[in-house]
Design a protein around this ligand. Structure first.
Ligand SMILES: Cc1cc2nc3c(=O)[nH]c(=O)nc-3n(C[C@H](O)[C@H](O)[C@H](O)COP(=O)(O)O)c2cc1C
Length: 167
């Protein structure tokens, strides 16, 4: 049996629920903005933001359902379903994080270092960078080519047996 050609060999188009694409990305790159973001960070995270050329704010658009007719013409019922907060909120949360993960995996595949962080004040980040929309920060991720200073070796992960159960 022949296999269909790979449609997406690089992790550039990771999936989201019904292709809802709820993540919005703010690339904090200017000196002014990097200092403003560092002021929203907890503890040692401020220095990490200042050391990186770019820190991405991965945010969720809580009005993501408005795009469903364009993004999922194959599933017209999804628009109304995701307008309902009972489905829409967990969908925005889960899929924004997933899209942030795709970003990290893609960046690391290109050889970039990534420092994801959840140690920041979400209300401050929202006020400073996400005003004007219905956006909520999920996590931030510094990226660039690390010089090794203050960087640790990749730590051990749980073994297959610890983290998996085949039933
Ligand atoms: C969602 C998330 C939040 C994190 N928050 C922080 C943080 O606030 N500060 C920090 O120094 N590292 C943070 N980290 C980095 C993790 O500690 C680090 O990714 C983990 O130890 C694995 O190491 P690795 O990135 O070298 O693979 C976070 C990572 C993730 C995925």
């Amino acid at each position: 049996m022949s296999r269909a050609p790979l449609r997406n060999p690089l992790p550039t188009r990771g999936p989201t629920s019904a292709n809802c694409n709820p993540a919005r990305f703010v690339w904090v790159a200017s000196n002014e903005a990097r200092f403003r973001l560092a002021a929203c960070a907890m503890g040692a995270n401020a220095a990490k933001i200042l050391a990186a050329p770019v820190t991405v704010i991965v945010a969720r658009d809580m009005d993501f359902a408005d795009n469903m007719p364009r993004l999922a013409p194959h599933a017209p019922h999804m628009h109304e379903m995701f307008k309902n907060p009972a489905f829409g909120v967990p969908t925005a949360v889960r899929n924004t994080t997933l899209q942030g993960v795709y970003l990290i995996i893609a960046a690391r595949a290109l050889g970039l270092d990534c420092g994801p962080m959840s140690g920041f004040d979400p209300a401050k980040v929202k006020a400073e960078f996400l005003a004007g929309g219905n956006l909520e920060p999920d996590f931030i991720c510094s990226t660039g080519f690390g010089n090794g200073e203050g960087m640790h070796e990749r730590q051990t992960r749980l073994t297959f047996d610890e983290a998996n159960r085949v039933v």
